[in-house]
Design a protein around this ligand. Sequence first.
Ligand code: NAD
Length: 450
Amino acid sequence: MVSPDSNSLPSDLGFNVEKYPLENSAGLEIDEWGPEKVLQVYDPDTGMKGVLVIDNTSTGPGKGGIRFAASVTATEVFRLARTMTWKCASAGLPFGGAKGGIIANPSKVNQVEWIKSFAKMIRPYCPSQYIAATDVGTTELDMAVFAHEIGDMRACTGKPQELGGIPHELGTTGYGVSVALRTTIDFLKDIKRKGLKASKPFNDLINSLDTKSNDIKVVIQGFGNVGSFTAKFLNDLDIKVIGVSDVSAFVFDENGLDIPQLMNDMKDKSKLNDLLDYSKNPSQNSYDILDKDEIFNVDSDIFIPAALTGVINDKTAPKILENNVKIIVEGANIPTTSSADQYLIGNNILIIPDFLANSGGVIGSFVEYQGRTEKEAFDLIDYKITNNVKKALYNSLQLTDQGGNTSPLFNVRKIAMETAKQIVYRAMLLRKGSISVAREAYARKEQIIF
Ligand code: NAD
């Protein structure tokens, strides 16, 4: 194994392509962290095409959902697997990073047959090297099918409750996103309340939020599993959600949406635009329904992407800044491109990264894997995400204090990523089975800097 170079600055995903310009058979960049296996599968009987990427298993079997969508590519699955490597390490779980992908629109194929087919093809790796879960396009029922086909209930999490599962449909990820935001706001308010010393970027942020007191406004892009539950749990915390969007529309009320009512009205509908007909009925609630991209044109304090990858990019980042957004909490996986990330941080926007903020689902998965209860899952999500977000913010605060008011240090993603890398790096050394290498690693603990 190559020891990472302390002078090299990793990109936001942690690859160092310049230093490791190798390619594996799927044409993906490989680096010092992985991927360990890239499996492209095809079943001529059903026509199913899929990809499994097992990125890094040094901290345990690779954990990651199965994405079922026509747009799935090996590169996307790899990037998502890498995010899982950092997410599981950050959350201190005995899992590594992996991801599955099935390439088709699930509503246009025989979904059950394709899930069975994918399971059959990857069976040798489950659950010893890969433990599946739901992701975009897959549900708890797919997990029931998958576990039965593998013949082992430990092959996946997110199963229906009847099979001992803790389905993601309970909203564990959205709950975690709400905990991440609550922790961030509490942390910032605490600095002011306790009169702690903080550098300019933090102070500016604290002051701008402080003047708002309890009138902090949130918009959420995506109203699926993650987005809708984030809205629900923020509403429980009395944090005002003024707009939510999905693929069809943006629903907005500058005084705050009635989230329980909205969730109830959406029960028998598949997309927000369906509320349009509903609003025409005078006996029903009425909604202000706008074009979905209007979410980038309204003022808010907090922006939560909970839909697609790469939605915060060079085009949308300046709009987010113009709208006076102060904090971004990443509910979706990899929603911010590298350049947008740098631009926003450079303009003192605080970003709570995906692998910290949306780890509620995988923490819940771990509790399911251990055969424990739903209550324990929610408690552990609260405990871990509160601690992890706080720790990253404290480290960031300390660095900005030491370094004056330079905004690049205002980078929670980089700090949290370094912690995750330390964990994975040590596990990789230990896995090599070389006691002397491990001993040396512990001895040099403080010197392992990326
Ligand atoms: P989902 O399919 O339930 O919901 C996705 C939502 O995004 C839908 O409301 C859809 O209409 C909306 N959307 C699609 N295109 C859009 C667009 N152009 N503009 C606005 N909205 C759009 O998916 P999900 O499970 O909620 O996952 C959302 C994101 O969160 C994904 O990036 C996923 O990888 C990530 N994530 C999910 C979980 C989980 O437990 N479900 C855990 C961690 C991360």
